[in-house]
Design a protein around this ligand. Structure first.
Ligand code: 5GP
Ligand code: ZN
Length: 116
């Protein structure tokens, strides 16, 4: 059991397998899965296996897994041949809805879609 997860969090439940998700990749300290409401096809979320609402609350040993995993997802998705946003929101004023840190990888299949 991971004592850094909490009961009442949708992404902690996804990490524990209590809510189903489409896994893309994972490490001991991070998990990557498809966004349930994708902005574009292949929209992936990368989250630490540590419950924290904000980026600055996540310990370094969890954060160090996040960017290499995001990079692996981008390469596996063929995004080295395309364009995408890598994005992370902190707080409702910054458009954060789920209060468990997550990095978005959002493919931009054509330049007409604009930035979110
Ligand atoms: P935020 O606005 O907090 O940065 O983004 C939260 C993201 O989590 C949204 O893109 C939303 O579609 C996604 N999301 C919310 N609930 C679930 C869920 O239960 N499963 C998955 N796979 N994604 C979710
Ligand atoms: Zn959580």
């Amino acid at each position: 059991a991971n004592e850094h997860l909490i009961d009442d969090c949708i992404f902690c439940k996804i990490i524990r397998g209590e809510i189903p998700s489409h896994k893309i990749a994972e490490t001991d300290k991070a998990y990557a899965f498809l966004d349930i409401n994708p902005i574009s096809e292949g929209h992936v979320l990368v989250i630490p296996k540590y419950h924290g609402e904000f980026f600055h609350q996540i310990p370094d040993d969890y954060l160090v897994d996040i960017l290499p995993l995001a990079r692996k997802v981008a390469l596996a998705s063929g995004l080295d041949e395309g364009q995408y946003n890598l994005l992370q929101n902190n707080g409702p004023m910054a458009h954060q809805v789920v209060p468990h840190v997550h990095f978005h990888i959002i493919p931009k299949p054509n330049k007409e879609e604009g930035l979110i």
